[in-house]
Design a protein around this ligand. Structure first.
Ligand SMILES: [Zn+2]
Ligand SMILES: [Zn+2]
Length: 427
């Protein structure tokens, strides 16, 4: 990926913000496993490192340890059996293991990278990722979701300085993981709607150049939907590149808006509720994809309502607190006092509504079109496919928006007379 070219194209951006990234190199291509040591060294990565992998990710990148050895990189290996959840205890183990080294190379996708990213920051070590599956959008992230005492929180972490993806390995990863990555990227559709809505309604910062960067990647990815489940290197490489790009878009804009809106909040809400009863939630991107389908249905139906009444906020806060559970009440209060809608009045919402409806129509494909795209890409589209029962699906829709201090179109429902139960939503 041409990072310098990307930065160059955003120079003197009309949005007025200077767009920068910390990442030095993103290398995605065929046969790059063999060049791992070379890429690390070229970019000034230390030669005395800790390699963290699990049996799956190391198996997928067979031979990589020899490549490092032959490339003059000395390393210690921390090998896990299977990495399901990003637990704080793993972070502590890695912090312990990296004492005598100068950098951490994480081999894998998802939780393993999250844990290493966190440990790299607390121990102040250089950090690089060798990705084994294009399954979610957190590769370039500077934060990690970590679970401590049963609660998942997003903590500051270190953005990798180098990201490597060998398309032969990415393409050979399970179809379910690639389809999950596809679903995560589809979530940018509703993220962009929410971003523009917040901009129109309360003048929140927005950058059209970055939004267009995300839109262009989305369009190209959608054109590849039929090939997602195949072992196609070009498609797997592009999914990976788009996942990294959307992660970088958040850093470039310095807000999470270009890559994360109500669909991510629904996914996090479901994950949190599953965790509260000791269950694992399905893959991040699968949940995000299903949540996006729900929201595309909702947003179009809202935009097509012939008549709509606007009012002061009608949130039943006790119901919200019950929805999140005792352990999260303080967190929810912190996010919602003052309310994300404090600067929105029924009048200002009414005045902006025609523009909001226009944004929905401009940004979102129809529900049927999106369903077809998702099915062709092998992505989950309905709640039963990700083991979300009807009650939890509704709770996700009703309560997700209180997870962050953020205006989303779904949040504005509470300032209207719309009855979501009467919309005939499909999930
Ligand atoms: Zn800009
Ligand atoms: Zn995501």
């Amino acid at each position: 990926m041409d990072i310098n070219g990307l930065l160059e194209s955003l120079k003197n951006c009309p949005c007025g913000r200077e767009h920068t990234v910390d990442i030095k190199a993103v290398e995605i291509g065929h046969g790059l496993k063999e060049k791992t040591a070379e890429i690390l060294r070229e970019n000034g990565f230390p030669v005395n490192i800790l390699v963290v992998a699990d049996k799956n990710s190391l198996g997928a990148s067979e031979g990589i340890l020899d490549v490092l050895r032959q490339g003059g990189i000395s390393f210690e290996l921390k090998l896990y059996d299977n990495f399901n959840e990003p637990l704080m205890e793993f972070v502590h183990e890695i912090e312990e293991a990296c004492r005598g080294v100068d950098g951490i190379l994480s081999i894998g996708t998802g939780s393993i990278n999250d844990v290493c990213r966190k440990a790299a920051l607390t121990c102040d070590k250089e950090f690089a990722i060798f990705a084994t599956a294009p399954s979610m959008d957190g590769f370039a992230s500077g934060t990690s979701p970590i679970i401590e005492n049963g609660i998942k929180s997003t903590l500051p972490a270190r953005q990798p300085s180098i990201l490597i993806g060998d398309t032969a390995i990415l393409a050979a990863s399970p179809a379910e993981l690639k389809s999950s990555g596809f679903g995560d990227i589809i979530g940018k559709l509703t993220a962009l709607v929410d971003w523009r809505v917040a901009h129109v309604l309360v003048g929140e910062y927005y950058c059209e150049q970055i939004a267009e960067l995300v839109r262009t990647a989305l369009r190209r990815l959608i054109s590849m939907a039929d090939r997602v489940t195949e072992s196609d290197e070009e498609t797997a490489g592009f999914i990976m590149e788009t996942l990294v790009l959307t992660g970088l878009a958040m850093k470039l804009a310095d807000v999470s808006r270009p890559a994360s809106g109500a669909e991510h909040m629904i996914s996090h809400f479901w994950g949190m509720r599953k965790l509260s009863v000791g269950k694992h939630a399905d893959y991040h991107g699968k949940k995000v994809g299903v949540a996006t389908m729900m929201l595309v249905d909702l947003y179009h139906k809202l935009a097509e309502l012939p008549e709509i009444g606007f009012c002061e906020d009608t949130v039943d806060w006790d119901a919200v607190y019950r929805g999140y559970g005792e352990a999260f009440v303080d967190y929810v209060k912190e996010m919602n006092i003052p309310s994300a809608t404090e600067n929105v009045t029924p009048e200002s919402l009414k005045a902006a509504w025609p523009e909001i409806c226009k944004i929905v129509k401009e940004e979102l494909p129809s529900y049927e079109e999106l369903l077809d795209i998702m099915e062709r890409a092998g992505a989950a589209t309905h709640c039963p496919q990700i083991d979300i029962e009807e009650d939890l699906a509704w709770d996700g829709l009703d309560f997700h928006t209180f997870m962050r201090h953020k205006i989303t179109l779904s949040r504005l429902l509470y300032m209207t007379d719309v009855d979501t139960r009467a919309l005939g939503l499909r999930f």
